[in-house]
Design a protein around this ligand. Structure first.
Ligand code: NAP
Length: 300
């Protein structure tokens, strides 16, 4: 069975509008939860240092959470904080019943081991899905907190109407944050999954075979249009800052969009594709964490 339809016009997958709908739906559920159960989900956001990109990401996340009715607690600390103190702050949040979700903004300063920090988070509050217990549950095909960007990619794929069962999917990138969990999620949906990375031989040939291409590389416009199978669905996770012709910085993905849109069946733009989905999925995970911790199953 063919998984693609080369004859159809390209669909631009509008992550911005899909994420906005998710957030509106979620806000209604949060409002209902707060009114009926007196329960307001709460997300504690840990930011270490004052890296401008991390500060912006955290601001966007807390703004979106508050707009959806989710309370946020800002746990900012100096870049000089020692690892043991950060662990102690996380353990305090683990024990606080009014906090349902914990997010540690990465990357952390070099003197702090991010694995130690992530392992300090209570897996029941690990709304980023990075604790080894949740990573293992995902690998075992069990219900768990799924990392937000990979989950967002799956929602986008499902919105295309693309048949996942039996489709050939190529994930380019094998990071624990993006590539690996996406591969796992695709496998759980019965895709035939290949994972490519920097040592992969002849990447264009691998891409040519794929009905679905997920690019999570971190290299601007790396995947060329003529490498794609006609009609393929392309999810571009990359966020790369490059200098535009006008001298101003602009954001581009890992896929050469203008070339790829001439060949693909469906494709995400950058910005406006995967990016907005990450926050929407984080908010959904926080809502789920609040429900699970209060164990009110009738509300599911
Ligand atoms: P990462 O940890 O640097 O991983 C990049 C992956 O790409 C690695 O597995 C690497 O292979 C692979 N790679 C590098 N060069 C390659 C090449 N020439 N051919 C094939 N594979 C190659 O990055 P990440 O955290 O996964 O992020 C990937 C991209 O997604 C970045 O642009 C990041 O900004 C973006 N991102 C976006 C969101 C969002 O919300 N939209 C969220 C997270 C990340 P090796 O393992 O062999 O080194």
């Amino acid at each position: 069975m063919s998984m693609i339809n080369p004859g159809r016009p390209v669909a631009i997958i509008d992550g911005k509008s899909i994420a906005a709908k998710m957030r509106t739906r979620l806000a209604a559920r949060v409002a209902e939860m707060t009114t009926k159960l007196g329960l307001r989900p709460c997300l504690a956001v840990f930011l270490v240092g004052d890296d401008p990109a991390s500060t912006t990401y955290v601001r966007n996340k807390t703004k979106a959470a508050e707009a959806a009715g989710i309370r946020t607690i800002d746990v900012s600390s100096s870049a000089l904080i020692v690892e043991a103190d950060l662990v102690a702050h996380i353990r305090a949040a683990n024990l606080d019943p009014t906090i349902h979700g914990i997010l540690v903004q990465l990357p952390l300063p070099k003197h702090i081991d991010s694995k130690t920090i992530i392992e300090a988070i209570d897996p029941a509050k690990d709304v980023d899905g990075l604790h080894p217990l949740n990573v293992g549950r995902l690998a075992a095909g069990r219900r768990t907190f799924v990392p937000c960007t990979p989950q967002g990619c799956m929602v986008l794929l499902q919105n295309t109407g693309q048949t996942l069962h039996g489709a050939r999917a190529l994930v380019i990138g094998r990071s624990t944050l993006v590539g690996r969990p996406i591969a796992q999620l695709l496998l759980n949906q019965n895709c035939t999954v290949t994972i490519a990375h920097s040592k992969t031989q002849n990447l264009p040939t691998e891409i040519q075979r794929a009905d679905i291409v997920i690019a999570a590389i971190g290299r601007p416009q790396f995947v060329r249009g003529n490498w794609l199978k006609p009609g393929a669905t392309v999810i571009d996770v990359g966020i790369n800052r490059v200098a535009g012709a006008d001298g101003k910085d602009r954001i581009v993905g890992d896929v050469a969009f203008d070339e790829a849109r001439a060949v693909a069946g469906a494709i995400t733009p950058v910005p406006g594709g995967v990016g907005p989905m990450t926050i929407a999925c984080l908010l959904e995970n926080t809502f789920t964490a609040a429900l699970q911790q209060t164990n009110i199953r009738s509300f599911y």
